[in-house]
Design a protein around this ligand. Structure first.
Ligand code: UD2
Ligand code: MN
Length: 523
């Protein structure tokens, strides 16, 4: 039997994937050395809320740790996977720049806006980041619009998050309630609990390491009052290294990649046109990042809150995004609202049962309920996923029925036409697709040739054919790079596992068997 030369493609690009896998491993590796540090992050000297104007981190400036403390800083970093030492130096009520577009600063909002509860879930969060989130909400929200803050402790194992936290929040000028999950439940069920005990007409969810900036709340609530839209602020970046506050762009919006990971992508021209170029108007976004959004309480109920069958972390952000759009709602980024978030490169906490298991389970629930035949696309490129049991989805499927939600193809066509999922292709394998545009492509990367007789590379797809145009000959089994008329060849000069293009010789090293899959008609 002829060997699947398709595997050569797999081999040749395995380097890229090994690197990606390492990144994912790193991202989800647990902090093993943290146990002895559990009590770190206790209320520190900055709790007094009296601060010099030029104190560390004021105005959103980066914190510089002196050389002699850098060893300790590195040790502390592992506890929360951000620079805890820097965070502890910064006042809990530090000042931040006003990063809004000029056109946002003098917008007027009606004064009978709905009030919001702010729900913040956390597991083993640091004191300084959690309380800085709370203070920034209180200090930068009009009191009349803030019903309460609900802190949901997802079974943290830190003593300072028990009584000390309760005592601390009692003296704040806004009602702050602390509720506890009996056992580790994950952010999805923790948010459901927070939402169920909250009272405001609007529920605003925040991660436990955020900072709200001036004027963040009014535009969110105003938009909800206007329409039953689900709204997200622009998520600014608080550096995990220095806690520097960096404005996020109003020119990116939410999408997802082939593996169903949330990703930021540039706002397409059609969305700029729809807003007639006014960047202060809300951007319709295909997906939300997940952590920061406001939603009308009744509407949250009506569209089925969250999938409580999802565990710990992941998947719920795309699930609620698909659901909102497919079931007749709208999801927007309100560009006049800015909230910062500490983005981490790795997760500090455990995923009981295994990271992969949990994320794959959540993603399967997402795919099975909402993606129709497109779930096959996901399963073909991530075959391992299908081994994971996803539990019972009957109640979610009947929710979809009851709400008469539109098909996923409608979502791709009307909400996310710029999605990375190629709508038409000739071949699809675990690693690559050979698309109807004759690209050899994985996600948003395409096989590209920049040099005759040289190695090939994966570069961002430009969809302009050119150096990314490949003609497959199913008889000779060659992949001809049209521009140079050279053939994709397994052999490479430096023997570096990277294939190259060479004059076509029809040797075995130039034969590639693309796997054919039977695809549903929509493809
Ligand atoms: C992003 C979202 C996050 C969530 C996640 C996918 C932003 C800024 N963040 O990841 O909100 O949608 O994608 O699920 O959009 N937590 C618990 N229990 C757990 C695990 C986490 O309470 O078992 C808390 C955690 O302390 C934090 C929040 O959930 O406050 C989000 O977790 P994260 O910060 O690790 O997620 P992130 O920002 O990487
Ligand atoms: Mn987060």
């Amino acid at each position: 039997m002829r060997r699947f030369a398709y595997c050569k493609v797999v081999l040749a690009t395995s380097l890229v994937w090994v690197m990606l896998d390492m990144f994912i491993l790193l991202y989800f590796s647990e902090c093993n050395k943290c146990d002895d540090k559990k009590e770190r992050g206790l209320p520190g000297r900055n709790d007094a809320l009296v601060k010099p104007r030029d104190g560390p981190g004021e105005g959103g400036k980066p914190v510089v740790i002196p050389k002699e403390s850098q060893e300790k800083m590195k040790e502390m970093f592992k506890i929360n996977q951000f620079n805890l030492m820097a965070s502890e130096m910064i006042a809990l009520n530090r000042s931040l720049p006003d990063v809004r577009l000029e056109g946002c600063k003098n917008k007027l909002y009606p004064d009978n806006l709905p009030r919001t509860s702010v729900v913040i879930v956390f597991h083993n969060e640091a004191w300084s980041t959690l309380l800085r989130t709370v203070h920034s909400v209180i200090d930068r929200s009009p009191q009349t619009l803030l019903e309460e803050i609900v802190l949901v402790d997802d079974a943290s194992e830190r003593d300072f998050l028990k009584r000390p936290l309760e005592q601390y929040v009692r003296k704040l000028e806004v009602p702050v309630r602390v509720v506890r999950m009996e056992q580790r439940s994950g952010l999805i069920r923790a948010r459901l609990k927070g939402a169920s005990i909250s009272k405001g007409q609007v529920i605003t969810f925040l991660d436990a390491h955020c900072e709200c900036t001036t004027g963040w709340l009014e535009p969110l609530l105003a938009r909800i009052k206007q329409d039953k839209t689900v709204v997200c602020p622009i998520i600014d970046v608080i550096s995990d290294d220095t806690f520097e506050y960096m404005a996020g762009s109003d020119m990116t919006y939410g999408g997802f990649n082939w593996k169903l990971n949330f990703r930021w992508y540039p706002v397409p021209q059609r969305e700029m046109d729809r807003r007639k170029g006014d960047r202060t108007l809300p951007v319709r976004t295909p997906t939300m990042a997940g952590g920061l959004f406001s939603i009308d309480r009744d509407y949250f109920q009506e569209i089925g809150t969250y999938d409580a069958g999802m565990d710990i972390w992941g998947g719920e952000n795309l699930e609620i995004s698909f659901r909102i759009w497919q079931c007749g709602g709208t999801l927007e980024i309100v560009t006049c609202s800015h909230v910062g978030h500490v983005f981490r490169k790795a997760t500090p906490y455990t995923f009981p049962g295994g990271t992969g298991q949990i994320i794959n389970k959540n993603n399967r629930r997402l795919a099975e309920v909402w993606m129709d035949e497109f779930k096959n696309f996901f399963y073909i490129i991530s075959p391992g996923v299908t081994k994971v049991d996803y539990g019972d989805i009957t109640s979610r499927s009947s929710l979809r029925q009851k709400l008469q939600c539109k098909p996923f193809s409608w979502y791709l066509e009307n909400v996310y036409p710029d999605s990375q999922i190629p709508r038409h292709y000739y071949s699809l394998g675990e690693v690559f697709s050979y698309t109807a545009n004759k690209e050899i492509r994985t996600d948003d990367l395409c096989l590209d040739v920049s040099k005759l007789n040289g190695p090939v590379m994966m570069l961002k797809c430009h969809h302009l054919k050119g150096n990314q145009l490949w003609e497959y000959d199913p008889v000779k089994l060659t992949l001809v790079h049209v521009n140079s008329n050279q053939c994709l060849d397994k052999a490479s000069e430096e023997d570096s596992q990277v294939p190259s293009v060479r004059d076509c010789t029809h040797s075995r090293s130039q034969q590639w068997l693309l796997r054919n899959v039977t695809l549903p008609e929509v493809f």
